[in-house]
Design a protein. Structure first.
Lengths: 349, 311
């Protein structure tokens, strides 16, 4: 009796799922080992994180406020991945959404019930506008959207930093590097948690339904997994690509609007707080499934919240970034490993 | 004239970072492995270099330490992408996150303070004293000459005028054919990917030892990604990559001069120039030089993992 490895072209879903779980667990174990080596107590720290996150309604509310932007960004990246496009620019589109919403709130007079929808639309449009150039470059010239969307992040961050310290700086003189407090806010429904959260959840369910049950969703999925076959079958792959990428930017932009009008209350540099980059993790871990992003965004929010709680222990939010990188590396390796199975060979074969 | 000489001088200094990182990426991509972890490798290299010179103030020691760390991390990346054949985009992004995060965490003690040892401009005798030319071309540190003169010439010769270089390109273009011809595909991919990573970390060391020269969390700020984009623009050729980096150094220098001379444009807006310029350079050539497309094309086997049994 002998054994050999056999590689399947596509991993079995159950094995792929197990590999995802294993990659997260392994990364946490690795991080714990590193903490142990530098003389910290990983189990005690983990206990503290879990207790202060899930032990009180304050902790849960904080978690919900981190979960919301992660879900928007995760959905944005996931949608683009469905047609095989890498939107690494959710960070920038998120900033632009916050920027546009702030512009409406500060400079357009009107009643709340009209302003908030206008801000949401402006945020989504700004996010879509921010990804327009990379989208057209990819669709018509084959330029890698991965790099162009990413480079625009830096431009967006500089833009928001510039307006919030310059032209839009709080005229009252109380704030050094932010705009004035927005006159309208997304209403809250549970403690400090605002309606941005349920809207994101509805969006996730809606997108899942679109991909599962509509012809458009089907064509997008085929266009992503096998563009050649999709074109041959007469599907307008390029048109779908453009629509999906713009939708992706719009979702991230809407997330930015919710963040500035719901959570933060004013526009400031760094408002995106790496959510766009962490959103890539959320989408990849969920294998680009909209409903899956709910679970992975929750996981990432917990990890991010843990990082914030542990700041008093000399860790920084960047430590969290390193940890998520580790999860991603293990996940990439796990993806490949999940394609193998062990086959038993009969004697003499 | 003085402004122009200063601009050229700064262009070389600022372009050196991008040039070294881009040369490393050319090596990896020519054997078929795209490394999107350049940004993280640069952060790690920059942090390693300054931590080393704080302990012992010799610039070469700091630079060497960064190269070694880059080689080590590059071997991990090559193990994941070449040996295990994991997805290169995911692994590269992971490397960017890990490198950026680790460098920011470990670099905290040395954050903000200037580097105690730097690569100083060489005195080239009467050449350095020449008007205009002296300031523009002969007032640089040793790394600038290595990056802009020695490395591109050596790499161009290696890649396009030796048997070894032909094998290397074959591995990137068509690994199955290269394998059939007896070229050790995995060895080529593994070691050139690791070597490219070492150069990326070296570019980070250049930042903290010759260009900025100090460490802060945001010191790399997208330069790694610009380097990756330059490689595409440069058609995966070392000499072009260095020239493109110089062009970008010039754009960066324009921003500096603008800030120094109080041009009526906000500093943040001037800082956008390199990013916007990179995007323009990625889009314009594809539209403008249709005929150059084949000549400048990416290696055929780029990002494709190689499996001997499924060819």
């Amino acid at each position: 009796m002998s054994y050999r490895l056999q590689r399947l072209p596509v991993a079995k879903p159950s094995v792929a799922f197990a590999a995802r779980i294993a990659s997260v667990v392994l990364a946490l174990l690795t991080a714990g080992l590193v903490l142990k080596l530098v003389g910290m107590e990983p189990l005690a720290l983990a206990g503290r994180v879990l207790k202060s996150t899930f032990g009180s309604s304050f902790g849960l509310e904080d978690l919900a406020l981190l979960f919301t932007p992660l879900l928007y960004c995760g959905l944005a990246v996931a949608v683009a991945l469905r047609i095989g496009a890498w939107n690494i620019g959710a960070e920038g589109q998120f900033n632009l959404g916050a920027f546009a919403a702030t512009g409406i709130a500060l400079f357009v007079p009107g009643p709340d019930w009209a302003l908030l929808p206008a801000m949401a639309v402006a945020g989504a449009l700004a996010g879509a506008a921010w990804i327009l150039m990379p989208t057209l470059a990819r669709a018509y010239a084959g330029v890698s959207e991965l790099i162009t969307t990413l480079l625009l992040n830096f431009v967006a961050l500089l833009l928001v930093y510039w307006v919030s310290t310059g032209p839009w700086l709080d005229p009252s003189g109380h704030a050094l590097a932010t705009t004035a407090r927005l006159p309208v806010a997304v209403p809250e429904f549970w403690g400090i948690v605002h309606w941005g959260l349920p809207v994101a959840l509805i969006l996730a369910v809606g997108l899942a339904a679109v991909f599962a049950f509509t012809r458009w969703g089907y064509e997008v999925r085929i266009g992503g997994s096998n563009p050649g076959a999709a074109r041959y079958a007469g599907m307008p792959v390029r048109r779908h690509l453009i629509a999906v990428m713009l939708l992706s930017g719009a979702i991230a932009g809407l997330g930015g609007m919710m963040e500035v009008a719901g959570t933060v209350g004013r526009l400031q540099g760094g408002i995106s707080n790496n959510y766009g980059y962490l959103g890539i993790m959320v989408a990849v871990l969920a294998r680009a499934a909209p409903l899956g992003t709910i679970a992975t965004a929750f996981l990432m929010a917990t990890i991010l919240n843990g990082g914030i709680i542990l700041q008093t222990q000399g860790l920084t939010t960047h430590t969290v970034l390193a940890l998520t990188g580790l999860i991603l590396l293990y996940a990439a390796i796990g993806d490949e490993a999940a394609k193998y199975r062990i086959v038993k060979l009969a004697k003499g074969a | 004239m003085d402004i122009l000489a200063g601009l050229i001088q700064t262009a070389f200094l600022a372009g050196g970072v991008l040039a070294l990182a881009a040369l490393g990426e050319v090596l990896a991509e020519r054997v078929g492995v795209v490394n999107l972890g350049v940004e993280g490798l640069m952060a790690l290299g920059a942090m390693t270099a300054i931590t080393t010179v704080v302990a012992s103030p010799h610039p070469w020691l700091g630079f060497g330490a960064a190269l070694l760390v880059g080689l080590g991390v590059g071997m991990v990346y090559a193990f994941a992408t070449v040996v295990i054949r994991a997805n290169q985009v995911l692994s590269g992004l992971a490397l960017t996150y890990i490198g950026t995060g680790m460098a920011a965490t470990l670099g905290k003690p040395v954050s903000g303070s200037p580097s105690p040892a730097t690569f100083r401009p060489l005195d080239l005798g009467f050449l350095s004293d020449l008007p205009f030319v002296g300031r523009a071309f002969f007032s640089h540190n040793i790394l600038v000459y290595i990056i802009f003169l020695v490395l591109p010439v050596v790499l161009h010769w290696l890649m396009f005028h030796t048997r070894h270089g032909l094998n290397m390109r074959a591995v990137g273009e068509n690994p199955a054919a290269a394998d059939a011809a007896g070229i050790p595909v995995m060895k080529f991919r593994f070691w050139y990917t690791a070597l490219g990573a070492a150069l990326a970390a070296g570019a980070g060391a250049y930042l903290t030892l010759a260009f900025v020269p100090s460490w802060s969390e945001g010191v790399v700020s997208g330069r790694g990604w610009i380097a990756v984009a330059l490689v595409i623009f440069a058609g995966f050729r070392p000499v072009n990559a260095v020239l493109a980096a110089l062009l970008f150094g010039f754009v960066t220098a324009l921003g500096f001069v603008g800030q120094a001379r109080n041009w009526p444009v906000a500093a943040s807006i001037l800082s956008m120039l390199p990013y916007l310029g990179t995007i323009a350079l990625m889009i314009v050539p594809v539209l403008a030089w249709q005929r150059m497309r084949r000549l400048m094309a990416a290696p055929e086997g780029l990002t494709e993992p190689y499996f001997r049994d499924v060819r």
